[in-house]
Design a protein around this ligand. Structure first.
Ligand code: ZN
Length: 267
């Protein structure tokens, strides 16, 4: 690092004006109002703050960025993709068909971790046709709990089963994933479809659901299948467990994906 003397020498060497101009008008710190110090280096005036406001603001900004990065990391680790990370209760579009489900989900998040709830291991079973906001509600519960430090895992059921079949991921084995699922305080199984033809898939879902049942740990399931179809697809054991653990909530209303695509077309 160069010394002030060296810098001064460089400035006076390269400076083209023969004499330093008049001292510039004094600047004030926009934060605390303290005047800046004027410094004459060679033939040029510089002003530098006499307070530490700038450093302090930078530190606050860094801490804020770090906090946001931490939050993002936590949500990613919980399995919430970028889309679901935006899905708060405030962002949910309320209508006649979904306001009851919204209220119940909001209450569920607010009452967490009420002991009675946990003891019963009670969860939610959100059903309704596609695009009515079931996943949004499940994600909103997950987000609210994650903000409060709860251990939540959000899994798209098909993707989860596919990855499990392939031995899960490079950084995580099937056994590790199952252990993670068991350790989560709340598990969300999003989009539990009806295409559960393989005995392996049925058995795996039973293991997941039953594992939570035995540990008295809640689960939130979203599905676009009606309950009769779901029972047929999952089998009576898994379906029975789910019904015992979860409060069924019908989410109605208009398909918001079609609505927003229509609105885009109309624009
Ligand atoms: Zn200042």
């Amino acid at each position: 690092m160069q010394s002030i003397g060296e810098i001064q020498g460089m400035i006076s060497t390269f400076s083209s004006s023969p004499e330093p101009g008049p001292e510039p008008k004094q600047r004030l710190c926009p934060q605390c109002g303290l005047p800046y110090r004027s410094l004459l280096l060679g033939k040029q005036w510089f002003s530098s703050p006499a307070c530490d406001c700038r450093d302090r603001i930078e530190r606050v900004q860094l801490a804020q960025e770090w906090k946001e990065e931490e939050r993002d990391h936590r949500l990613r680790e919980a399995g919430l993709g970028a889309r679901w990370r935006q899905c708060s209760f405030q962002q949910f579009e309320q209508n006649e068909g979904n306001h009851l489900a919204l209220e119940r989900c909001r209450a569920y998040a607010q009452q967490w971790p009420q002991q009675a709830r946990l003891r019963e291991g009670s969860g939610l079973l959100l059903s309704g046709s596609t695009g009515v906001g079931k996943s949004h509600l499940a994600a909103a519960v997950a987000l609210a709990l994650l903000e409060r430090g709860a251990k939540v895992l959000f899994r798209n059921t098909s993707a989860f089963l596919c990855r499990l079949k392939d031995g899960y991921a490079e950084d995580r084995s099937e056994r590790q994933e199952m252990e993670c699922l068991e350790a989560a305080e709340l598990l969300v199984l999003d989009d539990l479809g009806v295409e559960r033809d393989s005995p392996w898939e049925r058995e795996t879902l039973y293991r997941v659901v039953n594992g939570r049942y035995e540990q008295l740990k809640p689960i939130i399931v979203t599905t676009n299948a009606d309950l009769n179809l779901l029972e047929k697809s999952l089998g009576p054991r898994t379906f029975g467990r789910l019904l015992e653990m979860c409060l069924p909530l019908q989410v109605g209303g208009e398909d918001h994906r079609r609505k927003s695509s229509r609105q885009r077309k109309d624009r």
